[in-house]
Design a protein around this ligand. Structure first.
Ligand code: GCU
Length: 453
């Protein structure tokens, strides 16, 4: 007996010494995995397909970058056909019948439902200072949106926004608001890594905006909702759910971030230095996704710059190029979406989704949207899949008397398709919104005008 057990033990011990020790999970990662599993249980899903591996092109599940394999499901849902098969022929039918159908599908299956009633937010200007940005004197206000938590005081939500307007403006100004970071506020756990500091060779986007006489703002997404699954019982989602886990069709972080942006817009409506009818929203990558959702949800946003939003944003879900549905359904990203979205990486296929990303763009109609991407190092976001969504929304814009991109042919790098109300450009840089700012501003100027200051 003794001999046998020793014989078993020795290889086990030597194995234990050789095996690489997996890095310990942080408590946030552990809680995230638990919540992800809980959602799978709720959905009665036992396994999810693996996402694409964007880091190792030799991996069996390496991300596909071969256009000839990118369209396994080439037929997209028709934004202008009702569920009963009838064609939508009038703007009235779009607004009264088809749009609500698409909204319901996105709410239930993709981004989750925003609660019918959300807590009130009381805005406080915590500081005001006059400063210079380049050669322009500006006034910067720091704002905190205190979310009413009287129904569940254990969860505290304070939305952080900074607003900068030209100091010498004589009329209320348009403002471009970015989902981003504000110096001085600590970066929360789970926040995405900051992109490497860009080599600034010209004016910053804020200075470009000021040159038009507009103002700019930043809203901190993590102050609304944490960027991980562990945080779903906190933030605005956790507050409304009184600290309980989500149901399968509850809202995810993208929609919650958009909700926060709408609350900032409520504040802008009360600030005399701002023309609240001319608020643009911009976000990059995961915040590009949130920008598209916010624009679709709140018709008060005048214009949007949706940068490198990729899968879960305005990239066609039915595409196999770069990031795919399975990546977004995994434990590190599922919190952006409704729990139900995970079904399409498990028992269901991408083609079972009742809607696709071109219909998210269509929900923004008739308001102007600029869709951007990069090239080198930005293949993951699938520029062509986003162009297809921009093109696929065209019929809705036209039905509403607006202009589409006037082409369905994917343009060469750095071609600005900005003559219509849906616009697109792929710049030749990497995963950054930077190089497309001048084109977005040129496009936006048609709608926001230019002000002297
Ligand atoms: C990851 C993720 C993307 C996301 C990006 C970001 O790459 O897969 O969906 O857009 O992070 O936000 O930087």
């Amino acid at each position: 007996m003794l001999k046998i057990s020793l014989a078993i033990c020795i290889p086990l011990i030597s194995l234990a010494f050789q095996a690489p020790v997996p890095p310990a999970l942080t408590p946030t990662q552990v809680a995230t995995q638990e919540d992800h599993k809980k959602m799978m249980d709720l959905l009665k899903i036992t396994t999810l397909r693996r996402g694409a591996d964007g880091r190792n092109d030799k991996a069996p599940n390496a991300a596909n970058y071969d256009e000839s394999k990118a369209n396994p499901y080439p037929t997209l849902p028709d934004p202008l056909t009702l569920k009963n098969g009838k064609k939508v022929k009038s703007a009235k039918d779009w607004w009264d019948k088809r749009r609500p159908e698409i909204v319901e599908d996105f709410d239930r299956e993709v981004y989750g439902r925003m609660p019918k009633v959300t807590p009130k937010v009381k805005w406080e200007v915590t500081s005001t200072k006059t400063e210079m940005n380049g050669t322009t004197p500006v006034i910067t206000k720091l704002l905190t949106g205190h979310v009413d938590n009287s129904l569940y005081p254990q969860v505290v939500v304070e939305i952080k926004v900074s607003l900068t307007t030209p100091a010498h403006a004589i009329v209320p100004v348009p403002v471009i608001m970015e989902f981003g970071f504000i110096g001085g506020f600590p970066r929360p756990a789970g926040a995405p890594p900051l992109p490497p500091a860009p080599i600034v060779t010209g004016p910053t986007w804020q200075q470009q905006v000021l040159a038009k006489g507009w103002g700019y703002a930043t809203i901190v997404p993590a102050s609304i909702q944490a960027d991980n699954g562990a945080g779903l019982t906190q933030g605005i989602i956790g507050l409304v759910n009184k600290g309980q886990s989500r149901k399968v069709d509850d809202w995810g972080a993208l929609r919650a971030w958009g909700w926060g942006a709408s609350r900032a817009l409520d504040y802008f409506e009360t600030d005399n230095s701002v023309d609240a009818k001319k608020i643009g929203l911009e976000g990059h990558s995961r915040y590009g996704k949130a920008t598209a959702v916010a624009m679709a949800d709140d018709a008060r946003f005048a214009i949007a710059y949706v940068s490198s939003s990729g899968e879960g944003g305005v990239k066609i879900h039915r595409r196999n190029f770069g990031e795919i549905v399975e990546n977004v359904a995994a434990a590190n990203e599922y919190h952006w979406m409704a729990g139900n979205f995970m079904k399409y990486a498990g028992p269901l296929k991408w083609s079972d989704l009742p809607v696709d990303a071109h219909e998210l763009v269509a929900l923004c109609a008739p308001r102007p949207v600029f869709i951007g991407a990069g090239d080198k190092g930005d293949a993951w976001v699938d520029a062509k899949g986003m162009f297809m969504a921009a093109a696929g929304a065209g019929p809705v814009y036209k039905l509403l008397g607006k202009k589409d991109m006037a082409t369905e042919i994917f343009p060469a790098l750095e071609t600005s398709l900005i003559n219509g109300d849906i616009s697109f450009r792929q710049h030749s840089g990497g995963h950054t919104p930077g190089p497309n700012w001048p084109t977005f501003i040129e496009f936006a100027q048609r709608y926001l005008g230019t002000l002297a200051h």
